[in-house]
Design a protein around this ligand. Structure first.
Ligand code: UD1
Ligand code: MG
Length: 452
């Protein structure tokens, strides 16, 4: 990237009425991250040193989210158009960076690389660069009016002539301005159009009258798809997932049925990873090289070390750290727990707020009872431990290395290394009891019949 400085203004004051939601539109997630988060990431990726987010009245969640991401926050009190929205961030533009990018918060698939190409256009001498694409159906988009190979104007749908409406080269909704002079340009934009709004897109015609160089940077239609309703949200999600699956496979992961695997925005997959059908990733999952996730598993906030195998039907919740070559089997839930190298938790278990050393075996139905209704407590299980099936481990608890727990135990006290602990009723046997029982019952029936 060039040595030119860069700042980004994200317009996020959309009402999002068609979402029919209590949540501002840009907070709706794509791959588990608010749309605004995707756009903020693209801004960061293109090297912006300053990011401003313009939100609508009362959109506290947008303001909080942007501020937490380190952006400056501006409120556009009245929704008077895209140029008006940029000017809501006026104080961020009085001493502008060399490159000022304006992007829309509801087009979350725009990449940092594409924004970088727009910056390159400025570095190569353009004064203004517009992100363009060829629309399969251009209705609703601003048309890019090209004359003699140069971008002369952008005409919004409602203001376009029949001839202009036939143009399929459209405005994708991102513009790169040369910083110095930008404010003066935007201040000249009027609202003499069909919607009576201050259109940012009018900057193109104005720049041309000043003899400035205005260029189009083209990209594919999918990258600039906007979200105005839930259907478009699903379309964008599907596109994002498609790209994520391709990235995972390109990185050496086998996806047996890629269309059934749902990644989060930050899922990391190594090489020789195997992901079976119908696996869902929430945020924060890392699959190291050579790990396997079997069918119908749900993972979030988990790390799976090399050679480990999880599922089918496993649930890993935040803080699950699965050691190398460990086995987490069907109907097992792990939360905030480290599972040691080579350790097996193969069936029907809950391990929460715990640590388990290497080469231990937790039998079917092992439960860490971590919650007493008020607080959470830890269970620490050593190396080479054997927990018999259907044991309840009542935390806080320590089980030493090489210890054994008898099946069906309720363990409430620490167990020393190498010891056997059994916490259950002792089995008793009554020889010949069944015959005596049957004789007693038969006699009782006889006497009731006689008294009838
Ligand atoms: C806009 C462009 C159009 C382009 C299309 C791409 C203008 C005038 N038109 O049209 O050329 O093809 O995007 O999707 O820019 N916003 C505010 N405050 C406002 C108005 C809008 O913050 O007062 C924000 C919206 O939240 C949205 C973005 O700006 O994120 C675009 O506004 P929208 O009304 O969706 O414009 P389009 O009609 O889609
Ligand atoms: Mg729009």
């Amino acid at each position: 990237m060039s040595a030119r400085s860069c700042q980004v203004v994200i317009l996020a004051a959309g009402e999002g009425k068609r979402m029919r939601s209590a949540m501002p539109k840009v907070m709706h997630p794509v791959a588990g991250l608010p749309m605004l988060g995707h756009v903020l990431a693209a801004a960061q990726a293109t090297g912006a040193s300053r990011v401003s987010v313009v939100h609508g009245p009362g959109a506290a969640s947008v303001a909080d989210y942007a501020a937490r991401a380190g952006a400056e926050v501006f409120e556009q009190a009245e929704r008077l158009g895209t140029a008006h929205a940029v000017l809501a961030a006026r104080s961020a533009l009085t001493d502008p960076a060399d490159d000022v990018l304006v992007v829309y918060g509801d087009t979350p698939l725009v990449s940092g690389a594409t924004l970088g190409r727009m910056r390159e256009a400025l570095a190569n001498g353009a004064d203004l660069a517009v992100l363009g694409f060829t629309a399969a159906d251009p209705r609703g988009y601003g048309r890019l009016i090209v004359r003699d190979g140069a971008l002369a104007a952008i005409r919004e749908q409602r203001d376009a002539s029949t001839e202009e409406r036939a143009v399929t080269l459209c405005n994708g909704g991102a513009m790169a301005f040369r910083g110095p002079g930008m404010l003066a340009l935007l201040d000249r934009i009027g609202k003499a159009n069909a919607q009576g709004e201050y259109y940012l897109t009018d900057a193109v015609a104005l720049a041309n009258t000043d003899g400035k160089s205005v260029v189009v940077v083209e990209t594919g239609e999918d990258e600039v798809r906007g979200v105005n309703d839930r259907l478009q949200l699903a379309v964008v999600e599907a596109l994002w997932q498609l790209a994520a699956r391709q990235r995972a496979m390109a990185g050496g992961a086998t996806l047996v049925a890629p269309e059934t695997v749902h990644f989060a925005y930050d899922t990391v997959t190594g090489s020789d990873v195997l992901i079976e059908q119908n696996v869902v990733f929430g945020p924060g999952v890392v699959l190291e090289d050579g790990s396997t996730v079997r069918a119908f598993s749900h993972l979030e906030g988990a790390r799976i070390a090399t050679g480990a195998m999880v599922g089918p039907y496993a649930r890993l919740r935040p803080g699950a750290e699965i050691g190398a070559r460990a086995r987490i089997g069907n109907f097992v839930e792990i939360k905030n727990a480290g599972i040691g190298e080579g350790t097996k938790v193969n069936h029907l278990s809950y391990v929460g707020d715990a640590s388990v050393g290497p080469h231990s075996n937790l039998g079917a139905g092992t439960i860490t009872c971590n919650y007493d209704g008020i607080g959470k407590h830890r269970t620490e299980i050593g190396a080479g431990v054997f927990i018999g099936s259907n044991s309840a481990l009542v935390a806080p608890l320590r089980i030493g290395d090489e210890a054994y727990i008898g099946s069906g135990s309720v363990i409430t006290e620490d167990v020393s290394p190498g010891a056997l602990a059994i916490g259950r009723g002792r089995q008793i046997e009554k020889p010949g009891w069944v015959a005596r029982f049957r004789a007693r019952m038969a006699a009782a029936r006889q006497s009731t019949r006689q008294s009838d």
